[in-house]
Design a protein around this ligand. Structure first.
Ligand SMILES: *Cc1c(COP(=O)(O)O)cnc(C)c1O
Length: 402
C-alpha cells in the first residue's frame, strides 16, 4: 500500500489501473448464455409473449412463491404500469431516499409523490410519519425495500387496511431477499422488480410486476401490450412494456447462476466488514443473517466527527484511485428537480433522509470484484482515515464533486 504522499489525489498513479465500479453486471458463463441467445435468433420469435419470457415468468413465480409475474422491458415502466393498473391517483406516499424512478413513475402520470422520512435504523419508510402524511387525496403508499432490507410491511399494511389505501413496493433492490422467511415479491398489493444491468439479477434491461392479485396482474398484462385484448380490440390505454426474448434468455441463464452471484456478494460483504472493522467513523450496514439476502449493496455510513474527513472528500480521494464509490441516494429525490421546486419546504420534513444522504457511501462489489481487491480498497480507506488530519490540512477546503 502507498503512503499518503503517493495518493493519486496528489498526482500519483491510481491504486487500480481500471475503474472499479459499483454495479458491474453479474453474468453467467459465456457459452451457455450464447447458446440460449442463439436459440432465440434461430426461432425468429424475438418478442411479444415468446417462449423465453413465458418460461422466465414461470421460473420467477416459483422462486418468489407468487401467483403472477408480468415481465416488462425495465423496472421503471413496470412501476408506471403497476401504479396505473392499481388505479393510483392524487397523492402517493413514497420515501425520498430512493432512486429517482420511484418518484418519476408517479409524477410521469400526474400523481403527486409525497415524500416521507425514513427510520434511520432501517433506511425504510417510517410508518408513523406515513400515517401523518395521509390526506383525503392519498390513494396509496409505495415502500422501497432499500438495499434489499424489507420495509415494515406489517406496519404499512395495517395503516393501508385502516385507511383504505393501496400498497405497492419498489422491490428493485430486493430480488432474492426474504422477510420472516417469505420471499419479497408477495407483499402488499404488488411488488415491482428491476433487472437492470446494475442489479444482482439482470436481463440487460428488464423488470417485472409480481403480485397475488389476479385482477391487477390481468390489467398490467394488457397495459404492457398497448391494451390489446385481441387482434383488433383494445381495452385500455396501454404502452409498450414488453420484455424481449434475448433479455428473457439472459435472465434464464442468470437464474441458474443466481446462488453463485449471491455467494460472491456475500463473500465480498463479509470481507469488507472485516477489512473496515475498527476504522473510526466507518460503519458497514448490517443484513439480517436469518433471512435470505442478496448482499448486492455494500453500504457504509461515514461519520465525519470520527473519520476526521467528510464523506464527499473521501469519495473524491477514492475516485482518484479508480475506486468509484457512490453516494446513493444523494441528495434525495426531494432535493432534485423538479421536486425541489415543487416542494421547496420538503427538507424540513425529512431530517433523517437529509442526515443519511450526507453520510452514505456504497462500495464496489459483485462477481467482478475479488477478495484481494476488497482488501486493497479497505486498506486504502483505512490509510485515508488514519491520516485524515494531515490530508485535511494539506488539501484545504473540500472541492465539490461534479
Ligand atoms: C434500478 C431501480 C429502479 C429502476 O429500474 P430500471 O430497471 O432501471 O428502470 C427503480 N427503483 C429503484 C429503487 C432502483 O434501484
Amino acid at each position: 500500500m502507498k503512503g499518503i504522499e503517493e495518493l493519486a489525489i496528489f498526482g500519483g498513479p491510481p491504486l487500480f489501473s481500471e475503474p472499479l465500479h459499483v454495479g458491474r453486471p453479474n453474468l453467467p458463463p459465456r457459452d451457455g448464455l450464447l447458446e440460449r441467445i442463439g436459440a432465440v435468433i434461430d426461432r425468429r420469435w424475438l418478442t411479444n409473449d415468446g417462449p423465453c419470457v413465458r418460461e422466465l415468468e414461470a421460473r420467477l413465480r416459483d422462486f418468489l412463491g407468487v401467483r403472477h409475474c408480468v415481465a416488462m422491458c425495465n423496472g421503471t415502466v413496470a412501476l408506471e404500469i403497476a401504479i396505473r393498473a392499481a388505479g393510483l391517483h392524487g397523492e402517493v406516499i413514497v420515501p425520498s431516499l430512493t432512486f429517482i424512478a420511484t418518484a418519476h413513475a408517479l409524477q410521469w402520470q400526474q400523481i403527486t409523490p409525497v415524500f416521507c422520512d425514513i427510520d434511520p435504523r432501517t433506511h425504510n419508510l417510517d410508518v408513523a410519519q406515513v400515517e401523518a402524511l395521509i390526506t383525503p387525496r392519498t390513494t396509496g403508499i409505495i415502500g422501497v425495500h432499500l438495499w434489499g432490507r424489507p420495509c415494515d410491511v406489517e406496519g404499512l399494511e395495517r395503516i393501508a387496511r385502516r385507511r383504505e389505501l393501496t400498497v405497492l413496493y419498489d422491490a428493485a433492490h430486493a430480488f432474492g431477499c426474504s422477510h420472516r422467511g417469505r420471499m419479497i415479491g408477495g407483499f402488499g398489493d404488488g411488488e415491482v422488480l428491476s433487472f437492470h444491468a446494475t442489479k444482482v439479477f439482470t436481463t440487460l434491461e428488464g423488470g417485472a410486476l409480481v403480485t397475488n392479485d389476479d385482477a391487477l396482474a390481468g390489467r398490467a398484462r394488457l397495459m404492457r401490450n398497448f391494451g390489446f385484448e385481441g387482434y383488433d380490440a383494445v381495452g385500455y390505454i396501454g404502452t409498450n412494456g414488453k420484455m424481449n426474448e434475448v433479455s428473457a434468455a439472459v435472465g434464464l441463464a442468470s437464474l441458474e447462476c443466481f446462488d453463485a452471484f449471491v455467494a460472491a456478494n456475500r463473500r465480498n460483504y463479509e470481507r469488507y466488514r472485516q477489512g473496515l472493522a475498527g476504522v473510526p467513523g466507518i460503519t458497514v450496514l448490517r443484513y439480517d443473517d436469518a433471512e435470505r439476502c442478496n448482499y448486492q449493496y455494500v453500504v457504509t455510513e461515514v461519520e465525519e466527527r470520527l473519520t476526521g474527513i467528510g464523506r464527499d472528500r473521501l469519495v473524491d480521494i477514492l475516485w482518484a484511485e479508480n475506486v468509484m464509490a457512490r453516494r446513493y441516494f444523494y441528495p434525495g429525490c426531494h432535493a432534485m428537480e423538479p421536486y425541489r421546486s415543487y416542494f421547496p419546504h420538503a427538507r424540513l420534513l425529512l431530517p433523517e433522509t437529509e442526515r443519511l444522504a450526507a453520510r452514505l457511501m456504497t462500495l464496489p462489489t459483485g462477481t467482478a470484484v475479488d477478495e484481494a481487491t476488497v482488501d486493497r480498497v479497505c486498506e486504502l480507506i483505512r490509510l485515508v482515515v488514519t491520516n485524515s488530519a494531515v490530508l485535511e490540512h494539506t488539501l484545504g477546503r473540500p472541492r465539490l464533486l461534479a
